[in-house]
Ligand binder design. Structure first.
Ligand SMILES: Cc1ncc(COP(=O)(O)O)c(C=O)c1O
Length: 396
């Protein structure tokens, strides 16, 4: 079996990449290697292993055949040469930014970024002398150019934003960043690397919280850093290892297992998400629905141009009126939508989130917070009746 035969279709490669049953007694899945020490029989073998530490088994923190298999499969999914696995999505963000910025540099971050990314930039990176500023997610090329500084080294994007769902024009952002010699990073978790191919749009480092759709079952924390440039890969990997972020083999195994069914799960999340979004859009209590596949979402045309589908995460905003207590009553009484952070698992979730406490470059145009939904794999009609019952409580 060839593991990443590029002549095969993407959905085929999702089932084959990272697998080598021939060297594994014919067993379909790679074994879970628990390893810290790796021993070598000669001094020469030890030295050779050190020279090839980025690609071969050397010491547990650098990875094991289990993490390598996961990394190979994610690199293939996103269309890149290299992937580095880390213990969470947040670790992927932290390592990538720490590796590419130094004191005196400037990083331009989308204002729609996952809020802990913003907090990491405002605390950790600033403490080490990195200048941080934010750009409006739907900034025009001219507005973006005006925010580039001579010392801008990184432009960080996320599309769509995981709370406010603006779909950014990644190719436009990449052109501007590259013209100024800056790297482009993207948090590509929403598309799972399945519905958006970051390297075809100029991204240099694609980050995923594999915790979400790749793991897919809400039972492991995992992150991936995917990139093409060999020197950049070795540099980021050195920082990952230097900061001590080694991925647990069981979690890499769960990531790989989740990945094998991604091409089946995501279209179902998409179908259910769209059905809920369209139903909500027609509900009299709803002001707007922020789903990239609906025209009401900022950047919908970009989504149509650049993405091949939508995952199951979207938001909606209620019309003015309900108090905090009304909304809490509605949310507390939902049966199938649990409240909790994260998303991408098989179960539906809902969470209130207030952009007014997070955004600095623009005013949230609505009077209410976002209610963010993750559409799980339940029957969509049951989910709709649950939401219907909840929304009725608003007016009861
Ligand atoms: C868009 C996005 N990026 C990154 C992360 C961080 O991932 P993790 O929870 O695996 O650290 C999250 C988590 O919710 C997220 O929603």
């Amino acid at each position: 079996m060839t593991t990443n035969d590029k002549s095969k279709h993407a959905d085929t490669r999702i089932t084959t990449a990272g697998r080598s049953p021939k060297t594994n007694f014919g067993i379909v899945n790679p074994p879970v290697y628990h390893a810290s020490t790796v021993t070598f029989e000669t001094v020469d073998a030890l030295k050779e292993a050190e020279q090839h530490r980025f690609d071969r088994v050397y010491y547990g923190r650098y990875g094991t055949p289990t993490t390598f298999a996961f990394e190979e499969a994610v690199a293939d999914l996103e269309g890149a040469e290299h992937c580095i696995s880390v213990p969470s999505g947040m670790a992927a963000i932290a390592v990538s930014l720490a590796a590419t910025l130094k004191s005196g540099d400037h990083a331009l971050i989308t204002d729609s970024a996952y809020f802990p990314t913003v907090k990491y930039c405002n605390t950790f990176l600033k403490k080490f002398g990195v200048e941080i500023s934010y750009f409006a997610p739907m900034a025009t090329a001219e507005e973006l150019k005006a925010q580039i500084r001579p010392n801008t080294k990184v432009v960080f994007t996320e599309a769509p934003g995981s709370i406010t769902f603006e779909v950014q024009d990644i190719a436009m952002i990449a052109d501007i960043a590259h013209a100024h010699g800056a790297l482009v990073m993207m948090d590509n978790t929403w598309s799972a690397g399945y519905y958006f191919k970051p390297f075809e749009h100029g991204v240099d480092i694609s980050i995923q919280a594999a915790t979400k759709y790749i793991v897919g079952h809400s039972d492991a924390m995992l992150g991936s850093i995917t990139l093409n440039d060999r020197d950049l890969y070795e540099h980021v990997k050195t920082v990952q290892v230097g900061m001590g972020y080694s991925t647990a083999p069981d979690d890499a195994y769960l990531g790989l297992r989740g990945l094998r069914t991604l091409a089946t799960r995501l279209p179902r999340h998409e179908k259910t998400g769209l059905k809920l979004a369209e139903w909500l859009a027609g509900h009299p209590a709803v002001e707007t629905v922020l789903h990239p596949a609906l025209t009401t979402c900022p950047g919908h045309d970009i989504w149509k141009r650049d993405f091949t589908g939508a995952s199951g995460l979207f938001g909606f905003v209620l019309k003015d009126g309900p108090s905090h207590g009304d909304m809490a009553r509605m949310l507390d009484n939902l049966e199938l939508f649990a409240m909790g952070y994260s998303w991408g698992g098989y179960e539906s979730l809902i969470i209130p989130s207030d952009p007014r406490t997070m955004r600095t470059t623009y005013n949230w145009p609505y009077g209410q917070p976002v209610l963010r939904i993750h559409a799980g794999l339940e029957d969509p009609d049951d989910l709709i009746s649950d939401l219907d019952k909840g929304l009725k409580l608003l007016t009861a």
